[in-house]
Design a binder for this molecule. Structure first.
Ligand code: PRP
Ligand code: URA
Length: 205
């Protein structure tokens, strides 16, 4: 199966309200691994010389200074797959919760390793709805002098409004999502979407 078809099939499993928690977690792991690979397209490379058994040639390695930042809680669901793909990466955390009335993100926890302009930062959060949580996370990372071209923002599903907000906050950012959905509903949930990702993944519905 092609990667694109595989992502569509995994998305269908995630969307289906009859999917069990076990299947939901497995589909999250698989789609996150595919998205981790796509994020690699935007990680800086360094050129090295490599000795093959026959001669010396040119090789390329991914930047070693990768920091993965999941936005809690739901971003945690994508972390194991990203660490399988980038086993040497450091990990930082933003804990955020959307206020149910205002839909604005409340930052309740932050633990980010020291960042420099040479770092590649991968922010992971499966749902980009209004984009408020993502924009707040980006503002925090940009304030540490990481250029937006060194940031990859990875979601599973985005609403057009949220994607727009992310791009306005960081115009040169690299954005990876498996699917852009139709719209937000009056409760700022993505339609057709997945529902409450954190609740479905962690079993807290
Ligand atoms: C969800 C989701 C995103 C955020 C997206 O988190 O995981 O972080 O909403 O919405 P936004 O784009 O409108 O900001 P939620 O606040 O439900 O917390 P949780 O991850 O702990 O479930
Ligand atoms: N958070 C979710 O988990 N789902 C949505 O549709 C919107 C925000």
């Amino acid at each position: 199966m092609e990667v694109r078809a595989m992502k569509k099939s995994l998305l269908t499993t995630l969307r289906d309200k009859h999917t069990s928690i076990h299947q939901f977690r497995q589909a999250t792991e698989k789609i996150s691994f595919l998205l981790a690979g796509e994020a690699g397209d935007y990680i800086k490379e360094k050129i090295i010389s490599v000795e093959t058994p026959l001669e010396e040639g040119e090789g390329k390695l991914l930047n070693e200074d990768i920091v993965i930042i999941p936005i809690l809680r739901a971003g945690l669901a994508m972390l194991p797959a990203f660490l399988r793909f980038y086993p040497d990466a450091s990990v930082g955390f933003f804990g955020m919760r959307r206020d149910e009335e205002t839909k604005l993100p409340h930052l309740y926890y932050q633990n980010i390793p020291p960042l420099s302009p040479d770092h590649n930062v991968i922010i992971i959060d499966p749902m980009i709805a209004t984009g408020g949580s993502g924009a707040l996370a980006l503002e925090k990372v940009l304030s540490k002098n990481v250029p937006d071209s060194n940031i990859v923002y990875v979601g599973i599903i985005g609403a057009p409004e949220g994607i727009e907000k992310i791009k306005q906050t960081a115009p040169n950012i690299n954005l990876v999502v498996a699917q852009v959905d139709e719209r937000l509903n009056q409760d700022a949930f993505i339609i057709p979407g997945i529902g409450d990702f954190g609740d479905r993944y962690f079993g807290t519905e």
